[in-house]
Design a protein around this ligand. Structure first.
Ligand code: SF4
Length: 299
């Protein structure tokens, strides 16, 4: 039997992919959403909106790092004293080394650091592996899975040369039906099917995913801080908690460098131009900004 499983992130591309699968009325269609615990509330609401308007159930999957955190506790208790780590640092770490139920935060507690563009373990731990857990029983029963992915070639060089379909392991195929689509095509599909895009696109977000994503650029960070300061405060609190688990008693969401240390300093840097030395005077003097939606959706 063939299973068509669409990974839904709440973003425009995966939504368009789901719309396409529904329009083609494919057999055994399932939709799955990997909840990182680091999404904007609007994205959670949007996934519910899709369920209601499309009359389809979107299965939520969530990574669980309870076992890893328990192992880490044991390691901190038994090995850190041997390594000469001070009692106060060990006490601080043990005070917070407990599963919170938030996958992103728990992952960082386990790793005692945040993911980064060089160590991007978040995607595999929070999205790929939880979705794979769903695939294994189906494959073990001898069924075939077409894993639908909302990936577009014009998003990046890495994606430009991806095949439309490839076999990953026996019986499991990655399928990218919108590979050749433009962002405009994607939004057009929403319009054609009478579906609203995630409202975050109209609020200056070029992409919808973790809030913020470790790959977010300067302008996106600036926009997030301006529109959703509560998300910045959440990350600042996470930096405090994850910092307590590290031997250095410090952890930052974005790499510390010339831009600053910690999310608050990075937000200040995001408001600057010319390599971070000068605030954006044009915007400050005129109050006029360019269209804040990267897709021209602002009204
Ligand atoms: S959206 Fe960004 S932060 Fe979230 S899992 Fe993907 S790469 Fe990591």
């Amino acid at each position: 039997m063939k299973h068509n499983i669409v990974s839904v992130s709440g973003g425009k591309d995966s939504t368009a992919t789901l719309l396409l699968a529904m329009a083609w009325d494919v057999e055994n269609l399932q939709a799955v959403f990997a909840d990182t615990g680091h999404e904007h509330p609007a994205t959670y609401e949007y996934v519910e909106y899709l369920e209601q308007i499309l009359e389809i159930q979107i299965q939520r999957v969530k990574a669980d790092f309870s076992f890893e955190i328990e192992s880490k506790r044991e390691y901190v208790k038994t090995k850190w004293p041997e390594k000469g780590v001070s009692n106060s640092v060990i006490e601080n770490a043990l005070a917070v080394l407990k599963p919170t139920g938030n996958p992103f935060l728990d992952l960082c507690l386990w790793k005692n650091r945040f993911p980064s563009t060089r160590a991007r373990f978040c995607t595999s731990e929070l999205k790929v592996k939880p979705i794979q857990q769903l695939f294994y029983p189906i494959l073990e029963d001898g069924h075939m899975i077409l894993s639908w992915q909302g990936v577009r070639a014009d998003e990046s060089l890495d994606r430009k040369y991806l095949p439309e379909c490839n076999e990953v392991i026996q019986g499991l195929y990655n399928y990218r039906p919108i590979l050749k689509w433009s962002a405009k095509d994607v939004f057009q599909a929403h319009t054609d099917m009478g579906i609203d895009p995630n409202p975050l696109y109209k609020q200056g977000m070029g992409r919808v995913g973790c809030m913020p994503c470790i790959n977010c650029n300067k302008d996106e960070l600036k926009e997030i801080a301006k529109r959703f300061p509560e998300e910045i405060e959440r990350v600042a609190e996470w930096e405090r908690i994850v910092g307590l688990v590290s031997k250095r008693q410090s952890a930052t969401f974005f790499t510390s460098d010339y831009r600053g240390h910690g999310i608050h300093q990075l937000v200040e840097w995001s408001k600057t131009v010319r390599g971070g030395k000068q605030y954006d005077l044009v915007e400050q003097m005129t109050g006029i900004e360019a269209c804040s939606s990267a897709y021209g959706l602002c009204e």
